[in-house]
Design a protein around this ligand. Structure first.
Ligand code: GLN
Ligand code: ZN
Length: 764
């Protein structure tokens, strides 16, 4: 049986690409050095897959920054603002244009902002959004795909080039001219695709992988037609080249009839996300088409359950025969870390937990093992069964007390004692805040000193006492500054936190961290997500000490600061042995304990950040209601244990609220703070139309820039807000936390913000 890997991580097992890119951008290494690093990384990947015995080895899955940006350059889909730069480049072969599109360019008289970046489906990877306009002329500007195919060939490795399919490329982009119709745009792009495919056919490629992940989304009939148009044309252009059409991150569902009629040689489906689709697809698959079945999960870090995968593989073999089945990863392995063998510190990752895990390299071996088991190797199966068995009963995963508490959860646990109208009065009486109260979102500038302090403490260079003393000093200074600025609701500043999820993960049971489990987030940015392996529970208070210390320094209300259950889940690797909803509710109970303890310690205002609620939305709209139900419930479970007089805040970063406003309201948070300054308060309109009853803090200044906003512009924004919402409900705050800012601009901006609030009070 044949084996197929859709893509491999490219940052390097020690983040070599990140380091080389950043060194190149800083002018510290030459282009040749950067290219050498890239060649070495590609070679290592190909050799790893080749040595493992994989049949369909990907090429062109490498990228210096992003594979969609690569396609923009390959096809000449260059946004208009970069045209002048392109024409003036001394060396058109240099990556200057490429990196300029990725990162923006402000040099030699040019000034162009970077291309927009957005999340790749429901992953934490971000791609650059193609921009199409009527003035673009598409041509095969640079055939990276062919270059990399040939590069592998010179190493003696025959690869399967991977490209983003024309329809997904188009649908994932933005058409900037209304006059430009998708079908017409596709017509212009297809000759370039055809030329690209022909060049690969000529160079001796056997298979080409064409990624069309948009086939798992809700498509309009017009969008479905684009596929028919594209694949008929490409088929005609390269009759001899084998086309492998891949879909992943979900099931084909209503797009199944479309997918099976496209003239391709193989279809890849994701059986991790949508195992049930095998039943529908098998009988519909044309007799000349192979089926690549993604059974090894490319989205997590857990060992494959062979028995479950073998069931699916056998089912496929029974219907279409061994020769037509390819065993594959569910999607590219881009979303998993490199190599579990690099996790050598048993104090970080115990052998027991490590034995449950598989990173990219191990997942490749799993694909091979599944093939070998089908061929008769029963030893591999037995070893895997033993691990799965041990995991299913391991005491460090399964905690009866947590499960019992979850089972006993009632609606009352997810409901505040009284409705908001009553709570609002109670809170007004206790908090005694002025109209247009001012606050901040939580974090204050994370200076070099603060970062070093945390790092030194982690490394054991300084003692807990020394560390605590220094953090206390930072908290005290920030409280003093906030008082002098006359802010109304203060924060402690989050100086003790490295990251809003990691900080909690490190203190909760059921979480573990890796040494080297990096995955690419975008460009050279990598993240090392916490791993949730078992039942989650809070054994000790996590923030109470810092918040009560901060409260002891002031008579103003001090806002407690927590990360919400959905955000903690979204930004972690999640266990695969129970539904995400169950894991989230366990986290919610742990956060609830912290909320209740903060209240007991005299903290009357508590913010539970949920910036990831919107990004957790499933890919298909039909799945939204059930997700939103448990996501909102988890938030409510976390915050509903408190008295009416305790004010619950939540915070969300830039997001479209139009289609989920009723769910946002259902969170029943007394106050929500959101990012709005760049949209000129337009985001508030939906809150007004919905008659959102709760209090809202629309951000009045952009925290992404060091620029200090004037009193007047913030006053104007607040006046806009006051036209849309009752004055009684409006808070005044920045868009988000201030951790990436410097102190001088922060102080000045907050001073102006307080003045703007003052203007509003005088006018009211
Ligand atoms: N409380 C966090 C902070 O201020 C919120 C961060 C976020 O919304 N991403 O940094
Ligand atoms: Zn935010």
């Amino acid at each position: 049986m044949q084996t197929n890997i859709l893509g491999y991580p490219r940052i390097g097992s020690n983040r070599e690409l990140k380091k080389a890119n950043e060194a190149y951008w800083a002018g510290k290494i030459s282009l040749e050095k950067l290219q050498l690093t890239a060649r070495q990384l590609r070679r290592q990947n190909w050799e790893t897959l080749h040595q493992a015995g994989i049949n369909l080895i990907p090429s062109n899955d490498f990228s210096y920054y992003d594979q969609i940006l690569d396609m923009c350059i390959m096809t000449g889909a260059i946004p208009a603002r970069f045209k002048a730069l392109k024409e003036n480049l001394v060396n058109p072969g240099s990556p200057e244009l490429y990196f300029a599109m990725a990162r923006g360019y402000q040099k030699n008289g040019f000034d162009a902002t970077a291309m927009e970046m957005t999340k790749w489906f429901d992953t934490n990877y971000h791609y650059l959004v193609p921009e199409f306009d009527a003035s673009q002329h598409y041509s095969l500007l640079y055939n990276k795909c062919l270059e990399e195919f040939k590069e592998a060939a010179t190493l003696g490795i025959h690869t399967k080039p991977v490209v983003i399919g024309p329809v997904s490329f188009l649908l994932l982009g933005k058409i900037k001219d209304e006059a430009l119709q998708p079908a017409a745009l596709l017509d212009k792009l297809l000759p370039v695709y055809n030329q690209l495919l022909q060049s690969l056919q000529q160079a001796g490629a056997t298979w080409v992988q064409i990624d069309e992940p948009t086939l798992v989304l809700d498509l309009t009939p017009e969008q479905q037609d684009l596929f028919l148009q594209a694949y008929a044309q490409m088929r005609a252009a390269v009759p001899a080249l084998k086309l492998l059409l891949t879909t992943y991150f979900g099931g084909l569902q209503d797009n199944t009839p479309l997918a099976v009629q496209l003239p391709v040689d193989a279809l890849h489906i994701d059986l991790v996300r949508a195992p049930e689709q095998l039943d529908t697809i098998l009988p519909l698959l044309p007799a000349n088409v192979l089926l690549s079945i993604g059974v090894v999960n490319g989205r997590n870090i857990w060992k494959n359950n062979y028995e479950a995968s073998l069931g699916l593989i056998q089912q496929a073999i029974d219907v279409i025969g061994k020769d037509r089945v390819l065993i594959a990863t569910s999607c590219s392995l881009l979303h998993t870390p490199y190599d579990l063998d690099l996790e050598t510190d048993e104090a970080v990752l115990t052998p027991q937990i490590k034995n449950w895990m598989a990173f990219a390299k191990q997942k490749v071996n799993e694909v091979i093992a599944l093939r070998d088991i089908i061929a008769g190797n029963k030893v591999l199966l037995q070893a895997n069964q033993a691990t799965m068995q041990e995991k299913s009963t391991a005491a460090i995963i399964h905690k009866p007390a947590v499960k019992a508490r979850l089972a006993a959860l009632t609606d009352a646990d997810a409901t505040r004692k009284h409705p908001f109208a009553i709570r609002q009065q109670a809170q007004e009486a206790v908090l005694q805040l002025p109209l247009f109260p001012t606050t901040t979102i939580g974090s204050f500038p994370q200076t070099e000193d603060i970062r070093k302090l945390r790092a030194d403490f982690k490394k054991g260079i300084i003692s807990k006492e020394a560390y605590d003393t220094s953090i206390r000093k930072a908290v005290a200074d920030s409280v003093q500054l906030q008082e002098s600025l006359r802010l109304d609701v203060l924060v402690h500043g989050e100086f003790e936190r490295n990251d809003m999820v990691e900080y909690f993960g490190e203190q909760l049971e059921g979480f573990v961290f890796t040494q080297n489990g990096w995955v690419q987030s975008y460009g050279s940015r990598c993240v090392k997500p916490p791993v949730i392996y078992g039942d989650v529970q809070r054994s000790v208070p996590m923030t109470v000490e810092w918040s009560s210390y901060a409260q002891s320094l002031t008579n103003k209300p001090m806002k407690g600061m927590l990360t919400g259950p959905v955000t903690i889940l979204q930004w972690s690797f999640v266990r695969d042995d129970q539904p995400r909803a169950a894991t989230t509710l366990q986290i919610a109970l742990a956060i609830r304990d912290e909320v209740n303890d903060l209240e007991k310690a005299g903290i009357n205002v508590i913010q539970v950040d949920e910036p990831a609620i919107r990004e957790g939305l499933p890919l298909r709209e039909a799945d939204w209601p059930s997700y939103l139900e448990w996501a909102v419930k988890a938030f409510r479970v976390a915050v509903s244990g408190v008295a009416d007089t305790t004010q619950i805040h939540t915070h969300m970063c830039y997001a479209e609220f139009n289609d989920i406003i009723s769910n946002i309201a259902a969170m029943d948070a007394d106050v929500i703070t959101i990012e709005t300054s760049r949209s000129q308060m337009e985001l508030l309109e939906v809150f007004a139309t919905f008659r959102y009853p709760y209090e809202i803090g629309p951000g009045v200044y952009d925290i992404h820039s060091p620029r200090v906003p004037t009193v007047q512009e913030m006053t104007e924004l607040l006046e806009k807000a006051a036209q849309l919402l009752p004055a009684r409900n409006i808070w005044v705050n920045p868009d988000c936390g201030l951790k990436t800012r410097k102190w001088p601009e922060t102080e000045q901006a907050l001073r102006n913000m307080v003045a703007a609030a003052h203007n509003m009070r005088v006018a009211a």
